[in-house]
Ligand binder design. Structure first.
Ligand SMILES: Nc1ncnc2c1ncn2[C@@H]1O[C@H](COP(=O)(O)OP(=O)(O)O)[C@@H](O)[C@H]1O
Ligand SMILES: O=c1[nH]cc([C@@H]2O[C@H](COP(=O)(O)O)[C@@H](O)[C@H]2O)c(=O)[nH]1
Length: 322
């Protein structure tokens, strides 16, 4: 029998992932002393490319998947820089440009320990990714052909609903922020997996942020979600996979540079590994290892191998009877 997942050379074909969402410029201001809210803090500002879908796309690609990114950009230098970086990483560039508009930016304040103090998302341009714009024939074909589609909640609600109604083979979503996760409620039953932080999912499900695991797991299931990964910074993640619920500790990170992009990296790597037929928990453990590299050394061509070793040495999960 011919295995269609094999290429001419006998190697497995990498999973193909279509990502839809944000790709833009991040400005990250890191305080060099403990952050004093309401005051001026000494520090340094770094600029790098980011956006939830962009971060996930690069991570996916570095971990062996084929990635195509659909986003919105203006006619400016940021758009060119994003394009150059997608080329460099061999991510297929499916962005739609509005030449008379500005590309999006994200400005974050980070404290001396690498944690996020807060951020401002200037991202009006993503509202242009309407259902009509996303109905172009070649895009519909890409959605139908992809092994998985990963969206972020920067897309307007109507676009998210339309994508979900197209029934991609597997549909993952990245919550992005407490402000944007509120765009997801109507598509929850159509998601194969949701990646969210604890505060984001509590907002989505109208729960108190210190809700216990039993109530959280029940609410996730009652909300119609089949699978969810709930992150909580350095603390263990909650994994719900149909009727299995568990907690998995992430790797310890001694020196965090900044945590911006950790969740998207976890989402991209875990989604790609799952599409590559790994058991879901193994895919999550690999994603956690990738996130730990992203926030310490950064990701590069050697990260997939390094992450596999880190994932293998993680403590076993703790299964919850809920
Ligand atoms: N301070 C930290 N130390 C160790 N790991 C961290 C830290 N912050 C984040 N991580 C890792 O990144 C993952 C996502 O981080 P989190 O901050 O919860 O999400 P987001 O980046 O979406 O806000 C965590 O599950 C964990 O694996
Ligand atoms: O409304 C938004 N805020 C923030 C982001 C992006 O989220 C990323 C960080 O996400 P996290 O740390 O949750 O993985 C940054 O690159 C930032 O640009 C985004 O796409 N949309």
């Amino acid at each position: 029998m011919v295995d269609e997942a094999l290429t001419d050379t006998g190697h497995r074909k990498p999973p193909s992932v279509l990502l839809l969402g944000a790709a833009h410029l991040d400005r990250i201001a890191v305080s060099s002393t403990p952050f004093r809210l309401g005051f001026s803090n000494p520090g340094r500002v770094v600029e790098r490319l980011g956006g939830a879908a962009f971060n996930a796309a690069l991570a996916l690609k570095l971990f062996g998947s084929a990635a195509t990114l659909v986003s919105a950009c203006g006619g400016d230098d940021v758009a060119e820089r994003v394009g150059a970086e997608l080329d460099r990483f061999d991510v297929v560039d499916g962005r739609i440009a509005w030449l008379d508009r500005r590309s999006a930016t994200y400005t974050a304040l980070v404290d001396a320990g690498g944690d996020l103090v807060g951020g401002v998302a200037d991202m009006e341009i993503y509202d242009r990714l309407t259902p009509r714009v996303l109905s172009r024939r070649h895009l519909l074909d890409r959605i139908a052909e992809a092994d998985g589609v990963l969206v972020d909640a920067n897309l307007p609600p109507a676009a998210l609903e339309q994508l979900a109604s197209l029934r991609p083979r597997r549909l993952g979503a990245i919550a992005v922020s407490p402000a944007k996760i509120t765009r997801l409620p109507t598509i929850l039953p159509k998601l194969s997996v949701l990646f969210a932080s604890r505060v984001e999912i509590a907002t989505l499900l109208s729960l108190h942020s210190d809700v216990g695991d039993a109530d959280l797991v029940r609410s996730i299931r009652n909300g119609g979600l089949e699978r969810a990964i709930v992150t909580d910074g350095p603390r263990s993640v909650l994994v719900v996979d149909a009727d299995v619920a568990l907690r998995q500790a992430p790797p310890m990170v001694a020196a965090v540079t900044d945590v911006v992009g950790a969740g998207d990296t976890l989402a991209g790597v875990a989604f790609g590994a799952w599409l590559d037929d790994r058991p879901f928990l193994d895919a999550v453990r690999l994603g956690l290892a990738a996130a730990s590299l992203r926030i310490s050394t950064g990701l590069d061509g050697s990260s997939a191998e390094a992450a596999a070793a880190i994932a293998a040495s993680l403590p076993p999960p703790q299964f919850l009877q809920i």
